[in-house]
Design a protein around this ligand. Structure first.
Ligand SMILES: [Zn+2]
Length: 286
């Protein structure tokens, strides 16, 4: 299978090939690490950021992580799969928090929600050999943000976090690849080839997000990752369409349209989604 966690080798985490992202109780891979050198870029995005001091629930040490200033960037809207867009800053980049000392990584909202058993899992599988990561100056580059997210995903695997939580990390990684395509300069050497590579990665993580959420709704009750049932069904409809699973895409969309609790706004969005599904389905049958 593809190595979804490629890119962690630079952090020295090398045993990720063949990792089952949604495996329940698997592996006790010992990780080797080395210090990563990250690229630094200077852009206006840094004006929206501040250094937040965090205390790690795994190693109890404090460290700084970049966060987006609340209320500072202007919200523009969302993509059809709910990816948020803000003017001047990609807020998604800053949601995966990594302890610079021990390698524990999670999305900000779940960072402190860790049980003693999970702390043990992370210590044994990640901290034991992790040698540190640097807090770059300025904004995160996309490769740096992706590396943090993949480390968060790997943490999710070793501590057996909820399927939906792992799926959400996969979805956000897909968003980062999409953003990377959008930010790619047309003057880039081999532009088409590079953009295609990012698009393949985006789709690969979208498929994993879809698979993870699909499994999660059988085991977990809403709210799922902060989303109510309607929002989850809408999102699954879009993810299914992106994965060309048109039958389920329609099924999830109809679930939204037939829901009594769904708002008029999300039903309208879902009707627009259904139109796209129909068009794509028709062209895929040609
Ligand atoms: Zn730590």
């Amino acid at each position: 299978m593809d190595n979804l966690l490629f890119g962690l080798e630079e952090l020295g985490i090398t045993k990720t090939n063949g990792v089952d992202i949604f495996g329940e109780e698997k592996g006790d891979s010992r990780l080797k690490t080395k210090i990563e050198e990250s690229t630094v870029s200077e852009q206006k995005e840094s004006d929206f950021l501040f250094e937040k001091t965090m205390t790690c629930p795994v190693c109890d040490k404090s460290f700084k992580t970049k966060q987006v200033k609340i209320g500072k960037p202007r919200f523009i809207g969302t993509d059809s799969d709910l990816r948020p867009r803000y003017e001047g800053v990609d807020t998604v980049k800053y949601d995966a928090v990594v302890c610079l000392h021990c390698g524990y990584a999670e999305l900000m909202r779940n960072f402190n929600s860790i049980s003693s058993r999970q702390i043990k899992d992370v210590k044994e599988n990640i901290c034991n050999t992790f040698k540190g990561i640097t807090n770059e100056l300025g904004e995160y580059s996309y490769p740096a943000a992706l590396q943090r997210y993949k480390l968060a995903l790997y943490n999710g695997v070793v501590k057996h976090s909820k399927l939906s939580e792992r799926a959400f990390i996969c979805l956000k990684i897909a968003w980062l690849y999409r953003a990377q395509i959008e930010s790619l300069s047309k003057d880039t050497e081999d532009y088409a080839k590079v953009a295609r590579e990012y698009a393949i990665n985006e789709l690969m993580f979208t498929k994993n997000a879809y698979e993870g959420f699909f499994k999660a709704i059988e085991k977990e009750m809403p709210p799922i990752c902060g989303m109510d049932e309607t929002t989850v069904n809408y999102m699954l409809s879009d993810l299914a369409r992106r994965c060309q699973d048109y039958e389920n895409a329609e099924k999830f969309a109809f679930a939204v349209l037939s829901s009594r609790s769904a708002s008029a706004k999300i039903k309208e969005k879902t009707r627009a989604e259904l139109e796209i599904i129909k068009k794509e389905k028709a062209s895929s049958n040609k």
